[in-house]
Design a protein around this ligand. Sequence first.
Ligand code: SAH
Ligand code: SF4
Length: 380
Amino acid sequence: MPFGRPGGHVINLLGLDAAGLAALFANLGEKPFRGKQVSHWVHQRLVGDVEAMTDLSRALRAKLAAVAAVRGPVVVSDTTAADGTRKWLLDVGAGNAVEMVYIPEDDRGTLCISSQAGCALDCAFCSTGKQGFSRNLTTAEIVGQLWHANRALLADGISAPWVDQGRAPITNVVLMGMGEPLANYDSVVSALGTFLDDNAYGLSRRRVTLSTSGLVPAIDRLREACPVALAISLHAGNDPLRDRLVPINRKYPLAQLLAACLRYLDRAPRDFVTFEYVMLDGVNDTTDHAHELAALVRDIPCKFNLIPWNPFPGAAFRTSPRARILAFQKVLMDRGFVTTVRKTRGDDIDAACGQLAGRVQDRTKRHIRMRVAAAATTAH
Ligand code: SAH
Ligand code: SF4
């Protein structure tokens, strides 16, 4: 692990999970419980400065500050929609930006976070995929999203019953923003550790959902490392169609993917898998498709989430008409599957979860680069 020296690399405390913090303090010649203390300050009290950690001695604070700091995300824009959905665009350097979205509901506050700048998997209907892949986010950049959202919502005086009871504004996290989380496995699993750690955010694993397009070996690893709630981007009930829509299917076809889902549920038997299914007009949305799908997953404890496709310029798809989505839903419900149709939230700020940087308009990388540059100029 790189340790900071004067003028050298400074460790971002947001990127250290419990084991990382323990190792940091061991290296500093301090007791392991200091790691828990610092975790409380960073992730529960949400401080941004080592100096504020007042139950550490002045000497220890100085020692810590010499090698480490809390570095939150750089916010390019912060927009709230009429329905309360709030979207942040975060600068991750070199002209790249990622998004995160807060979705308020009566009984929970959900944060949709990103795991990569861009995505290499190139699903046919996804605007992130069309941008190509820039880089993996670090653990600090992933955890920093939750840290920042909690801080910003508290600073703005969010009113919610659970916040009044002393809990953090964000009660649920979904990895459904930009990127394929399982293609950034190590950083994502370390971040999940911090989300679940009682000395950090203390979220139960059912309140953290990871959405994947189906990287089978990584699903198996996740099952052993950290079996959070699993969502699978299915989008088709047969291999030829899925090969076209979700190219990773050519490597891990449906039979392998569904077997991995069953293995995952073996580990977490009271759980279910959520199948996401984007509704594409004339492509995958007939009642025949729905019957085929129901037969395919009949042995898997699962729910369906139908996602009306969100358009973006240059895409060769159309959103299914509402009536067809409802007919598709009815087939699945009649076959005994709980099936919801995703509400589009934050419409007026282009924040529909799962199509972040979707409706991209002209949000090419060049456009983001310009925005980041403009924001940086304004900030100085
Ligand atoms: N890479 C992961 C997680 C991010 S995408 C995955 O693919 O699962 C989150 C969800 O949004 C996925 O189900 C994805 O297929 C879906 N999605 C992508 N582009 C979309 C669009 N334009 N409209 C609606 N849903 C979209
Ligand atoms: Fe990547 Fe998910 Fe988009 Fe596919 S749907 S390109 S895996 S972000």
